[in-house]
Write a protein that binds this ligand. Structure first.
Ligand code: SAM
Length: 216
């Protein structure tokens, strides 16, 4: 899969935009400069790959805006070998960023076609994540606990199952709100019985559907 000097140059410019917007974590910026976002786009839309915007990936879904991916990733505070659950595989781009940070990634996608596409693409790119197709609104109990859980779709409320699946010190990052606007929330499990809730800026995600999400 091609990754030429022009695409690497565009990626460096994207990283500069992320720095201007306040992303400081060097490991995350390095991951963004490594992962070829254009390879997650159909060839006819390559010119959109390094703009800081979300883009349709079919099935009514989107690859998230790079700034949003960076912001959520920064809140997750990933260390190498962290066990991370991503809910909403979509294009697979966020999963590739988490892999570039050295995490072990469990990623679940509701839409079968997107699940198949992302699994095939990420494997071709050499990423060894664990792929699941199904409703992630209840998490993925059989592989819990997780060091971090990332929800990449907008939820109506914080599913209790996700909090229950956080290990000690675990972080859950989830956009919560209505179907149009959601506030980014981070829940940290500081001990077995203690949780800290922090609230951040508003974003706009496609809806989290499923048992603990919105109706389809
Ligand atoms: N992380 C993705 C990426 O890097 O391209 C972006 C994901 S897109 C904004 C949100 C995804 O969440 C969509 O692909 C959608 O099908 C998926 N989704 C929505 N509800 C879900 C659920 N209950 N379980 C798993 N995936 C879900």
């Amino acid at each position: 899969m091609e990754d030429n000097y022009k695409q690497r140059g565009l990626r460096r410019r994207l990283v500069d935009i992320l720095i201007e917007k306040g992303i400081q974590d060097k490991k995350i910026l390095n991951a963004f400069s490594k992962v070829p976002r254009h390879q997650f786009f159909p060839p006819e839309f390559l010119s959109h790959a390094y703009q800081d915007k979300a883009f349709p990936i079919g099935e009514g879904q989107t690859i998230s805006q790079p700034y949003t991916v960076a912001f959520q990733t920064q809140l997750l505070n990933i260390s190498a070998n962290d066990k991370v659950l991503e809910i909403g595989t979509g294009s697979g781009y966020q999963c590739a960023i988490l892999k570039a940070l050295g995490a072990e990634v469990f990623t679940i996608e509701f839409n079968n076609k997107l699940f198949e596409n992302a699994k095939k693409l990420l494997r071709k790119m050499g990423h060894s994540a664990h792929f699941f197709c199904g409703d992630g609104s209840m998490g993925l109990k059989r592989h819990a606990p997780y060091s971090a859980i990332l929800v990449t779709a907008g939820a109506p409320t914080i599913p209790k199952a996700l909090i229950d699946q956080l290990g000690s010190g675990g972080r859950l990052v989830i956009p919560v709100g209505n179907r149009k606007v959601q506030q980014m929330v981070r829940i940290t499990r500081t001990s077995e019985n203690k949780l800290i809730k922090e609230e951040f800026a508003n974003f706009s995600f496609v809806p989290l559907v499923g048992e603990d999400g919105w109706d389809k």
